[in-house]
Design a protein around this ligand. Structure first.
Ligand code: CP3
Length: 342
């Protein structure tokens, strides 16, 4: 595994070119993904079928030559493993029976999370066996705040107002939930590492909705604890944090958590991130909507990002996940631009 350009970036050594992967690189924009997906009624059953997970995890590498594969799964496996009812509605995203009070939390079965998620670890083992030694495998989890958002709201939302209301009105209970999730996420990521992933990423997609007065408690502190748990056991494994939409809170997110790298969203200027992320490696930040909309402009912006990061170890990615409408040729063009950039 020492010959992976992706892992070299974390050592802050000079690189022969910038390593790259794309969030949601395996997904509906690929016909070969849709093929496998069509064999399953339930999205979660698909996520718990190791052979299928292996197949779709490797698909984008064949097409785009990415330096890392990301385990195919979903952040909702943790609420599911905890015993919440989780389903996926076509085109609408996840549906859960929402937590309304401390009473609903009594039933969360923390002790069964790792055994319930055994198929995920089996998938990791299969993938790592088949993946070339110069490619890294990234594991992931939702971060506590973002998981709590879905568990309380019961579905996706523009503002997650119910969750924020809960966090103020039932503060102790909410902190209890964050603590429980912090433990589950730590154990889950360590088990992914034991199964063979080379790096892990925390998705805190809704961190941008946390009020400034709670950012430390709901985002920084849980992240710091998870990083510490992982680093105690696996000091060599890089941990990437992706807290979307956090603006200037990126400074404390990058500097107080011990994260090895931070993902930068598309609204944050890379130059600003470079000046404010402390010693954390940066990953980002091409706008996925631009990628889907305008190939020539996407190539231009890719070059501009690479130019801004010239001379600094860096991982190229998007500012958020690839959207289903994305033309494959646009992704190919961006990959080619990165590979040939000197
Ligand atoms: O990056 C990858 O390629 C790995 C796979 C991955 C998926 N979901 C597959 C998926 C990852 C890393 C995720 C993370 C995830 N899931 C997040 C955090 C990142 C982000 O996008 O903010 C969140 C919030 C979720 C929850 C989730 N899962 C939503 C909101 C949806 C519906 C969105 C949609 O596009 O329909 C999902 C379903 C989902 N997860 C799909 C895929 C490929 C599409 C479902 C399908 O194929 O039927």
């Amino acid at each position: 595994m020492t010959d992976s350009l992706f892992l070299q970036a974390f050592k802050k050594e000079p690189l022969r070119r910038t390593p790259y992967w794309f969030m949601r690189q395996a997904g509906r924009f690929l016909p070969e993904y849709r093929d496998v997906r069509s064999k399953f009624n339930s999205f979660l059953n698909f996520c718990y079928t190791p052979q299928a997970v292996k197949t779709v995890t490797l698909q984008p590498l064949k097409r785009f030559g990415c330096d890392a594969a990301i385990l195919f799964s979903d952040i909702m496996v943790i609420p599911d493993a905890l015993g919440m009812r989780v389903t996926f509605e076509e085109g609408e995203g996840p549906r859960l029976d929402p937590i309304k009070s401390a009473n609903d939390m009594i039933n969360l079965k923390q002790e069964r999370v790792l055994s319930y998620l055994a198929p995920v670890f089996e998938g990791v083992e299969l993938i790592r066996k088949e993946l070339d030694s110069d490619k890294a495998l990234i594991g992931f989890s939702g971060a506590p705040w973002t998981l709590a958002c879905y568990m309380i709201e019961g579905k996706t939302s523009r503002d997650f107002n119910k969750t924020r209301e809960f966090s103020f009105a039932q503060r102790e209970e909410f902190i209890g939930l964050i603590d429980l999730l912090t433990n589950c996420v730590s154990e889950y990521l360590k088990a992914q590492i034991a199964a063979g992933v080379n790096c892990v990423q925390l998705f805190d997609s809704w961190a941008g909705l946390v009020p400034a007065c709670e950012f430390e408690q709901f985002v920084v502190e849980p992240t710091r604890k998870i990083v510490k748990e992982i680093k105690n056991r696996y000091p060599e494994i890089p941990v990437i944090g992706f807290a979307k939409g956090v603006g200037t809170n990126l400074i404390s997110y990058a500097q107080k958590t011990g994260l090895s790298a931070v993902g930068i969203d598309a609204t944050t200027p890379m130059g600003w991130a470079k000046d404010n992320a402390g010693s954390a490696l940066l990953q980002g930040n091409l706008d996925p909507i631009l990628l889907a909309s305008d190939k020539q402009r996407a190539i231009k912006e890719t070059r501009s990002i690479l130019e801004t990061m010239r001379g600094t170890p860096f991982i190229f990615n998007l500012g958020h996940g690839v959207i289903p409408q994305t033309p494959i040729e646009n992704v190919e063009a961006v990959a080619k631009t990165i590979r040939s950039f000197v």
